[in-house]
Every structure is written in structure tokens, then in C-alpha cells.
Design a protein around this ligand. Structure first.
Ligand code: M6P
Ligand code: ZN
Length: 187
């Protein structure tokens, strides 16, 4: 039998970079339709800032193997809404995931297929278990990059469809200088 070789890598804890990883960049223009305030979105689109970057070490999509990735989610807001990742269910929906906070401040919105949402605040050292069937999106509620590691089954895949159409039942906003998790008026 031909064995794969083990991997040992040092994540740069300041920048989130994983050496040799595949880099994915998501700009505001990649998130069209995701934020509530369309006017604020179109205004900020003139700059088209990078919202987040992902550094991923991925294997073939086979049962039993694992992928891992860091995400660098930049600080910012569209109107009152904090910058976030697209968010997804897994294409194989029963696949779970683990997140580990490295730097900065934020949290995770999780949601069942029926729309029950939960918010888990995250900082350096926070570990989050994403159970099977829950959609998940991270949000930067601070003013520096929010960096975390994710470990997920290699055959999990990403299902963006329903989140792209409807979003989450909760949104994370800044109001009166406070971070608030409130009902999504469009839900
Ligand atoms: C984490 C993992 C990745 C995911 C990335 C960005 O690193 O969950 O699988 O791709 O976050 O999130 P999204 O795909 O929702 O934009
Ligand atoms: Zn996932």
C-alpha cells in the first residue's frame, strides 16, 4: 500500500498564513446580495475591499481524510452589519467541523436547516464544534483581523445555495456602540 506522507506546518499566528497552502481571496464584490443594506454595499463596492482570505490544505474528496484551513476575516461593516464569511452547509450535510480561534475577536453564527440560529462568541483559544447539519458563518466584531483555523472532513464539500438566497435568521450588527445579534428582518 502506498501511504500518504504526514504533514507538519507552522501557522503564522500573526498573519494566519499557512506556508504552501492554496490561497482564496473573497472581495466585497464576491458577496453581492449577502448584506442587508444595499446602498451601503454599493458605496463600499467602489473600493471593493478584501473581506476575507482562506489558506487551505485540502486532500482528495474522500471519506476519512481531513482538510484544514485558516481564514483571515478583515474588520469592517456594510451599514450596521459586520463583515462575515459567506457561510455554508456541507454538501454532505452530516459532516461536522472544528474551528479554533487564533487572533482577533468575532463569533460564529450557526443554523439548522429549519432556521434555528445560535451565536457563539470567539477569540484566541476558543474552540467551536460545528455539529452535523448546522450551517456556519463567522463574523468579525472587532477592529483587527479575526483569524481562526478550521478542520473539516475532506468529503464535506460546501453548499452555499440556501444561505446565499435567505441568509441566516439572525444578523450581527453594531448599534449604539454595541455588538448585537438580532432577528434578520428579511428572514
Ligand atoms: C473555513 C472553512 C472553509 C471555508 C472558509 C470560508 O476556513 O469552513 O471550509 O471555505 O471558512 O467560509 P465560506 O466557505 O463560508 O466562505
Ligand atoms: Zn464548513
Amino acid at each position: 500500500m502506498e501511504y500518504k506522507r504526514p504533514i507538519g506546518l507552522d501557522i503564522d499566528l500573526e498573519t494566519g498564513v499557512i506556508p504552501g497552502a492554496k490561497k482564496l481571496v473573497r472581495r466585497l464584490s464576491d458577496l453581492k446580495g449577502y448584506f442587508l443594506d444595499e446602498e451601503a454595499y454599493n458605496e463600499l463596492l467602489k473600493e471593493d475591499p478584501v473581506v476575507y482570505e482562506v489558506y487551505a490544505i485540502e486532500q482528495e474528496e474522500k471519506e476519512g481524510d481531513l482538510n484544514f484551513a485558516t481564514t483571515v476575516l478583515y474588520p469592517g461593516k456594510v451599514g450596521k452589519e459586520f463583515f462575515f464569511t459567506k457561510g455554508h452547509f456541507h454538501a454532505k450535510p452530516d459532516r461536522a467541523e472544528i474551528y479554533y480561534g487564533i487572533k482577533g475577536k468575532g463569533g460564529m453564527l450557526l443554523q439548522t436547516p429549519e432556521g434555528e440560529a445560535e451565536w457563539i462568541p470567539m477569540g484566541p483559544g476558543t474552540v467551536v464544534y460545528v455539529p452535523p447539519y448546522w450551517a456556519h458563518r463567522t463574523v468579525n466584531t472587532g477592529n483587527e483581523p479575526f483569524i481562526f483555523l478550521a478542520i473539516y472532513p475532506a468529503d464535506a464539500g460546501h453548499d452555499y445555495g440556501s444561505i446565499k438566497e435567505k441568509g441566516f435568521s439572525k444578523i450581527v450588527i453594531e448599534e449604539d456602540g454595541e455588538v448585537k445579534v438580532v432577528d434578520n428582518p428579511r428572514w
